[in-house]
Design a protein around this ligand. Structure first.
Ligand code: ADP
Ligand code: ADP
Length: 232
């Protein structure tokens, strides 16, 4: 479970600062797919980056499975971050590394042995449907395949939470649907909690359980997707 309490984020020096998040209160349950939607500049990226403390909140607390991330030391936070996977709009793959090496990267950082890495990467390649592409480089893959690598890499250390930052925004509608189906499958198979931010209502409608609408750094509406977006 993720609990955000009175979360605010200001960028810049005091007199000229921009309030990107303003008193966000949010509880995301274990195993749910939670969507955060808003226009460009609404504060979505800042919010998702505050959840794993890539961005340090100006005020408020972030709690994950009972641990207050905002109170941890740098090394404690590094340990907790293993429980959080993240995928990105532009995939953020290592361009000079193969599919295998990209997925192996977080396992190497976690000091796994090469036999453990081999086994885990093979499982992940199966899970995301890329078993035949392990020795290719990112430039040889389609956008959807690159995002599958991104997902496999994010799942490498068995996180309990997956954060998705506009993960389908660079993909065509058909590929978007395939990636959303994969995320849903992973959510059901692994019981993983998924938080996704997007500006596309269709993404929210197709896989989210609950949604928060963010505007000007504030949550202006939240609830079950069917209640928030009544009409097709
Ligand atoms: P979104 O992801 O919804 O497009 P962001 O979280 O990127 O919104 O931005 C929210 C607000 O914070 C915007 O006004 C943006 O210009 C500002 N902002 C975001 N990142 C920074 C930064 N590093 N420095 C200064 N202002 C920022
Ligand atoms: P996104 O595609 O996620 O909306 P943005 O274009 O909002 O990305 O931001 C890209 C990067 O630029 C982020 O790291 C964000 O923090 C930073 N950024 C966004 N707005 C500003 C700003 N007004 N001043 C400085 N940095 C910003």
């Amino acid at each position: 479970m993720i609990v955000l309490k009175s979360l605010s984020k200001d960028y810049g020096a005091k007199r000229k600062s921009v309030r990107a998040l303003d008193d966000i209160n949010l509880t995301i349950n274990k195993g749910e797919i939670y969507g955060i939607i808003g226009h460009s500049g609404a504060g979505k990226s800042t919010l998702i980056r505050c959840i794993n403390l890539l961005e340090r909140p100006t005020q408020g607390t972030v709690e994950m499975d009972g641990v207050k991330l905002t109170e941890l030391t740098v090394s404690e936070l590094q340990e907790q971050r293993r429980k959080i996977g993240m995928i990105f709009q532009h995939f953020n793959l290592l361009t000079s590394a193969t599919v295998f090496e990209n997925i192996a990267f977080p396992l190497k950082l976690a000091r796994k042995s090469s036999s453990e890495i081999e086994k885990r990467v093979s499982e992940l390649l199966q899970l995301v449907g890329l078993a035949d592409h392990r020795d290719k480089f990112p430039a040889q893959l389609s956008g959807g395949q690159k995002q599958r690598v991104g997902i496999a890499r994010a799942l490498a250390n068995n996180p309990t939470v997956l954060l998705c930052d506009e993960a389908t925004s660079a993909l065509d509608p058909q590929t978007t649907n395939a990636i959303l189906a994969l995320l849903l499958d992973i959510n059901q198979k692994l019981g993983l909690t998924i938080v996704l931010i997007t500006h596309e209502m269709q993404v929210i409608r197709s896989i989210c359980d609950r949604v928060a609408v963010i505007d000007g750094g504030r949550i202006v509406e939240s609830g079950q997707v069917v209640d928030v977006f009544l009409n097709p």
